[in-house]
Design a protein around this ligand. Sequence first.
Ligand code: FAD
Length: 432
Amino acid sequence: MKLKAPVHTPDHADSYYAATKNWQTDYPQLLDHATYDVCIVGGGFTGVATALELAEQGYGVAVLEARKVGWGASGRNGGQLIRGIGEAPEQFVNQIGQEGVAAIHQMGVEAVEIVRERVRQFDIQCDLKMGYMDAAIKPRQLADITDNYVALKQRNYPHRLLLLHEQGVQEYVNSKRYIGGMVDMGSGHLHPLNLCLGEARVAQQLGVQFFEQSPVVNIIKRNRPQVITDKGSITCEFVVLAGNAYLGNLEPKIGKKVLPAGSYMIATEKLEDHLWQSLMPNDCAVCDTSIALDYFRLSADKRLLFGGLCNYSGRDPRSIVSSLRPKMIKVFPQLASTAIEFQWGGMIGIGANRMPQIGRLETNIYYAQAYSGHGVNASHMAGRVVAEAICQQSRRIDTFARIRHMTFPGGLYLRSPLLALGMLWHRLKEAV
Ligand SMILES: Cc1cc2nc3c(=O)[nH]c(=O)nc-3n(C[C@H](O)[C@H](O)[C@H](O)COP(=O)(O)OP(=O)(O)OC[C@H]3O[C@@H](n4cnc5c(N)ncnc54)[C@H](O)[C@@H]3O)c2cc1C
């Protein structure tokens, strides 16, 4: 196998996405003191989506990004835009009631619509394509997928769903690994870095001021909070914390509730037409439903982008390619001699109960984080509910704020190994 040297980009992590981004951002560093209505910490989907929603309502917004817009998980992920928010909102019925459960289901559909509508309205070039499949490896998983299919139908899910058994699955994914699955035409896939950069450009045109290379080091909490970077500061009416898995210890109260876990991806060389058409003729995105899941899809230029390996231990694998390639070949032995041209990883913000953490830290400090690997859609919904709360247009944020989130035991240093042990237990149970 011949691995090309990754394309060097000094700003975004070396990846297929960085090598194919539509443009290079060049936002200034914050070098003095300024005043805005709202200051957002973090320039990923959460920060950019919140900024865009607020700018549409006429707010003066600044986004402070430690590195580059889209530098974090938003510019590195699998690009799978999948319906739903969190795992089974029903489990929180005692905290949010049936109304809250229904609201979260509804927002799980709205979240995808926000992205689709934004891409359409502003003509954002990000290769958006609809079509996604949950794939089952084991009968138990197919039973869960079938239950989910029935539940979605009962809730009048507004898009086409197709429940498949082995024969049908192979029309979508030509792999012997799967015994069934569900195709959802209301979910899909896209180039996440180009979506993030495109949304930032729209937000900028609406008046949002982005600052890059401007890490926030402190927030002075008071009537009008002051957000301090290493070289400047912003005084504002509201702060939104959108640093997710990369926020670190800036706000320990929420930092302790999110665990940064590594997820990794590889991209093959461009596949010949006959090859990709035989592997995934419908060009849909795929996730299996294991705890340590594989996720994959074709890029617009027809490479296979294959991801997996959620790493709770806090340590990156020694070689991403050597860890992921065997998994890819297990799905598609047809790719045994295909070259891998890109490899990269990023941090997912995991919450203990897998439900996004969206709420208020103080009356004028909001946060949204911990989408647990399912954040392309959910971060956009979070942006909308936080903006609605700031504009006092709705109280949808209260549904999320009522959900209790556990602090990970073990403090900053022991929580990753402890969770790694816990996850190992779940994987063993699944294997048995
Ligand atoms: C490899 C991988 C694959 C994934 N695949 C999928 C997928 O296919 N589908 C899906 O739905 N989800 C997926 N996810 C998850 C998804 O990418 C995230 O949930 C989502 O991008 C989170 O967006 P965010 O804006 O909250 O965080 P991020 O995109 O991580 O952005 C946070 C930003 O905040 C900045 N920041 C942090 N602290 C500070 C500070 N003190 N000052 C200034 N800036 C700061 C960081 O530099 C960073 O740019 C994946 C994640 C990874 C890593």
